[in-house]
Design a protein around this ligand. Structure first.
Ligand code: ARG
Length: 463
């Protein structure tokens, strides 16, 4: 039996009584941190190779370690590997099995290393891989929204402020607003990745080590951008995880805002869109219902991810240097953040392709809310009125139109002229939805020409 078969023997003979089962269960992390196994193997392989290069262990030991870790890899992949609660975490489980397989060479692997720098390295390697998947999913979602935008550049919907009809906008323009948000999220993830991708290994427990380690070599071997430059900081800070959770929370907040709109738009009161049946569910009691469960759940799961951010940042705040066991609590929130985010992004990219737009309902709603009132004011300004006076004139016109239950453009010219004699026949073009849209032809505006230019820019960017 190897020394590591029982955890009580993993550190020393100092302990005079075994750990209680409750404490064992309370302190163990193996049932969730085993998810880090690939990163743990990668870190160990790089560390062992460096130890041999530096003459700290013999080449024969390195060969044995490689062979043992290869076997462990296939055991884990096939499901044959036996994870033991007694061995606390992923690191001790793998190391114990290695020693069982290759004897003393296995016991030499941990030379110049601590689980403190080991776990920080594993989490960073794992998270780097996940970020690489997430940025691909973010690009897919942007692409899907871009397609939806492109198909609907000329569809006019009411734009809202305070959820009151404000001015007409192109539905494509509205979709591009989300493309912008997810583009920034994409950027943010890539920026976080730079700080995730630094190497703690070699910090050992907290102070560095007495062996002549080549940390820069290990960093290169693991594809990391650099080495954490202070051993105390390297083993203890989890700011990289917090930053990631913050970036993930923002993605979810953007998804949640989009969800809220989809939910409103597919309600009977709006009727702006339909979502493909495969993303909705029925009611067990009301036969007529189609409920937007997917966007609702995404909105709900946003709370969960933001909660993980709060958990992680709170975890950090009271910790003295250097490593504390509190940090073991970083994993479950981080894992769940990644899982929730990836599933959400996947499902939204798919769902965007299943949205049917109802242009008549959107236009009708835009007409109902005097969305072109600002255009009448702008029209009067161009005829020489100061904007504030024009604003006042239009308020009277809207009041009169409201009393008659018609849109501004439905008032006869003579009626409009009563509000201001400068009004002429060309006012009707200004008051039309399309006229209003076309007039907003400034960079970033909703004129179809601008929207098309933005679509082209995004397409080139996402290439
Ligand atoms: N399972 C631990 C964690 O996740 C590994 C590091 C433990 N280090 C220690 N000194 N107890 O943080």
């Amino acid at each position: 039996m190897s020394q590591l078969d029982h955890k009580s023997a993993a550190w020393s003979a100092l302990f005079s009584e075994p750990m209680s089962d409750l404490v064992k269960r309370y302190t163990a992390s193996v049932f969730f941190d085993k998810r880090l196994w690939q990163a743990d193997l990668a870190g160990s392989l790089a560390h062992a190779a460096m130890l041999a290069r530096q003459g700290v262990i013999a080449d024969a030991d390195l060969a044995a370690i490689r062979q043992g870790l290869a076997q462990i890899r296939s055991e884990i992949e096939s499901g044959a590997f036996e994870w033991k609660l007694d061995l606390e975490d992923v690191h001790l489980n793998i190391e114990a099995r290695l020693t069982q397989l290759v004897g003393d060479a296995g016991k030499r692997l941990h030379t110049g290393r601590s689980r403190n720098d080991q776990v920080a390295t594993d989490v960073r390697l794992w998270l780097r891989g996940e970020i690489d998947l997430i940025v691909v999913l973010l690009a897919d979602l942007q692409q899907a929204l871009l397609t939806l935008a492109e198909q609907n550049v000329d569809v006019v919907m009411p734009g809202f402020t305070h959820l009151q009809v404000a001015q007409p906008v192109s539905f494509g323009h509205h979709m591009l607003a989300y493309v912008e948000m997810f583009a920034r999220d994409h950027e943010r993830m890539l920026d976080v990745r730079k700080r995730v991708n630094r190497l703690p290994l070699g910090a050992a427990a907290l102070a560095g080590t007495t062996y002549p380690l080549d940390r820069e070599w290990v960093a290169r071997e693991l594809g990391m951008e650099g080495v954490c430059q202070n051993s105390l900081d390297a083993v203890s800070d989890r700011d990289f995880a917090i930053e990631f959770a913050a970036a993930a929370s923002l993605v979810m907040v953007h998804v949640s805002r989009f969800s809220e709109e989809l939910i409103l738009w597919m309600s009977q009161n709006f009727g702006f869109i339909r979502i493909a049946d495969r993303f909705t569910t029925g009611s067990s009691i009301m036969p007529q219902k189609k409920n937007p469960d997917v966007p609702e759940l995404a909105r709900g799961k946003t709370g969960r991810v933001v909660g993980h951010l709060v958990a992680l940042i709170t975890l950090m705040k009271g910790q003295p240097l250097a490593y504390n066991k509190d940090n073991q609590e970083d994993k479950e929130p981080l894992f769940d953040t990644v899982d929730t985010l990836k599933d959400t992004l996947r499902i939204f990219a798919e769902m965007a392709g299943g949205i049917t737009v109802m242009p008549e309902a959107m236009e009708k709603a835009a007409r109902k809310g005097y969305a072109t009132a600002t255009d009448l004011a702008d029209y009067l300004v161009k005829k020489g009125l100061p904007f504030r006076d024009a604003h006042e004139v239009v308020a009277h016109a809207v009041k009169a139109a409201t009393a008659q239950g018609v849109d501004l453009g439905e008032l006869p010219l003579a009626a409009l002229q009563q509000f201001n004699p400068a009004i002429a026949q060309d006012v009707f073009e200004a008051l039309s939805l399309r006229g209003s849209l076309n007039a907003r032809n400034t960079l970033g505006g909703t004129a179809p020409a601008q929207v098309r230019a933005q679509i082209a820019r995004h397409k080139a960017r996402l290439q």
